[in-house]
Design a protein around this ligand. Structure first.
Ligand code: TNX
Length: 511
């Protein structure tokens, strides 16, 4: 007898019935259907070494009655909620997506169930009905502190979408670099993109590159959320256009941190290679600044099909509250005028006149400190909603343990269990309906390569995937089950070449 929670699945599906027996997948298995998801299935099967599934897809339009061992993919809006799917495996396997996204997620579930033992490849007999708990299931990649090229971002999309994440937030600009070409302000990438934190090589995306990332994300049902971080985190803007920024404001924490890390302090007009935050700002009382913001937002909105545009707002430590609030109101309105929903870090919630409908991203602690909870709640009062990125649970750039070579510790040391055991609706005093979902950010100060990134992201992103997708309660929705199920992802990650930290908390399996 196999129990639901013993199936090798992350995130845990909403409802599962397990039957005796397994369906063998062999060289005679045929795939029926006409979805683009078929190519994703056959390519993944090939990488896993599963007998070729590509060979015998019946031509479209021909009657294709599934034989035993076949896999049928279809879309039927009646099946369940948006992004949901039904997977039924008996004599043959059938995935019915509520939409193409649902079909894609059903396929990810099937790929996790598909396992090799001494008898060959097979899938257990199951009936699964599944749909996500939250509509917003995000990951963030900081390509500003260290730059990652198009191929690396695609690899990140593939690995995270396989866990049913559906939002990719790209942190495109920061003090250390500006990573997206803007036609109307060409010096941004010409002068401010060639390096990364610590003096590592930089880079930037052409508009063609950006569109390629958007399209690849869409093919994996991920909506891209681009972020241009303003008004702080803009030292790189001043390297290109000195007239747009204030002189660096050196706070005590920055000076102490720079000294202890042996990093340089920011110097006006010169490339910044340290990690310090909070020292930069655009000139808030000059109209030219808003010409700049409007141009950047317009060009970004034009090439972004998704509804969101993130305008930053974190850590403007040298800026007066009055100036900050003034900027927040104007910048969010500029995003609205460009036809997008503004997203902002929770600090912008302090502004009385933040544009109605702006989505806040909460990055305080699970137990909120200071004004963070009130700032976050203000987005909701203004008709917006919230994305939960509680830093001491979701921050993928925190160390797994004190001795882990990568990552930071300012928010917490986050082992896999800590990443798993938190509840996004229990942090703030707002209605549950105001929580769009969660997002797990990977800040890249310490990650010099995409392999470094993956070591911090996996396996903890799988914990955040389950928080965002699976029902809050139910059989198996607890750490003791999660750690067993998580262990079964190891062979899949190995087959895909996805690096992960083999955390000692997890019983990793071989196949
Ligand atoms: C805080 S979280 C930041 C980032 C840093 C990160 C490092 C947030 C909105 N701002 O600028 O990279 O901490 O963990």
């Amino acid at each position: 007898m196999v129990f639901t929670h013993q199936l090798p699945l992350v995130p845990l599906p909403a409802a599962v019935v397990v039957h005796d027996g397994r369906m063998p997948v062999t060289a005679t298995t045929r795939v029926h259907g006409s979805s683009p998801t078929i190519d994703i299935l056959t390519a993944a099967a090939a990488r896993r070494g599963v007998p070729s599934l590509a060979a015998a897809i019946p031509p479209e339009g021909t009657a294709s009655e599934p034989a035993a061992g076949d896999i049928v993919l279809r879309v039927d809006p009646a099946v369940t909620a948006s992004e949901g799917y039904r997977l039924s495996v008996g004599a043959h396997a059938e995935i019915t997506g509520a939409d193409e996204a649902g079909l894609f997620y059903g396929l990810q579930t099937l790929l996790q169930l598909l396992r090799e033992d001494d008898a060959g490849w097979s899938i257990p007999h199951v009936e699964i009905e599944d749909a996500p708990r939250f509509t917003h299931r995000g990951v963030m990649l900081d390509v500003a502190r260290h730059f990652f090229d198009v191929a690396e971002v695609k690899r990140f999309i593939d690995a995270t979408s396989a866990l049913k994440f559906n939002r990719l937030h790209l942190h495109l600009t920061d003090d250390q670099g500006w990573r997206l070409h803007i036609d109307s302000w060409p010096l941004l990438t010409e002068r401010s993109s060639s390096t990364s934190a610590g003096g590592d090589p930089g880079g930037f995306y052409t508009k063609g590159d950006y569109r390629e990332i958007v399209a690849h994300a869409a093919s994996r049902h991920m909506v891209l959320i681009p972020e241009v971080d303003l008004p702080g985190h803009t030292h790189a803007v001043g390297v290109a256009y000195p007239e747009l920024v204030e002189d660096p404001v050196l706070n005590d924490a920055l000076v102490a941190q720079s000294e202890s890390l042996g990093q340089p302090l920011p110097v006006a007009g010169e490339t910044y290679l340290g990690w310090g935050v909070g020292h930069s700002s655009v000139r808030i009382r000059e109209e030219r600044t808003y010409d700049f913001v409007r141009d950047v937002v317009r060009e970004l909105a034009e090439m972004t099909p998704g509804p969101y545009l993130h305008i930053g707002g974190d850590e403007s430590l040298g800026t007066s509250q009055e100036d900050f609030d003034h900027f927040a109101a104007r910048a969010t309105q500029i995003v609205v005028d460009a036809g997008k929903i503004p997203v902002a870090w929770h600090e912008m919630g302090a502004a009385a006149d933040i544009a109605g409908g702006t989505v806040g991203q909460y990055w305080g602690m699970k137990a909120p400190r200071g004004t963070h909870a009130a700032e976050a709640a203000h987005f909701v009062e203004r008709g917006g909603a919230l994305i939960m990125s509680a830093a001491d649970a979701t921050y993928l750039d925190m160390k797994y343990d004190e001795n882990y070579p990568l990552g930071l510790t300012w928010a917490a040391v986050i082992d896999v269990r800590t990443a798993y055991e938190w509840e996004p609706t229990a942090v703030l005093d707002v209605p549950d309906a105001a929580i769009l979902g969660t997002e797990a950010p990977l800040w890249s100060e310490t990650t010099r390569t995409i392999d470094d990134v993956e070591h911090l992201v996996f396996p903890r992103a799988a914990a955040e995937a389950e928080i965002a997708w699976s029902p809050q309660h139910g059989e198996g929705r607890e750490w003791s089950s999660f750690r067993e199920r998580l262990g079964t992802l190891a062979p899949l990650w190995k087959a895909e070449g996805t690096r992960f930290h083999p955390a000692a908390e997890i019983p990793w399996s071989d196949r």
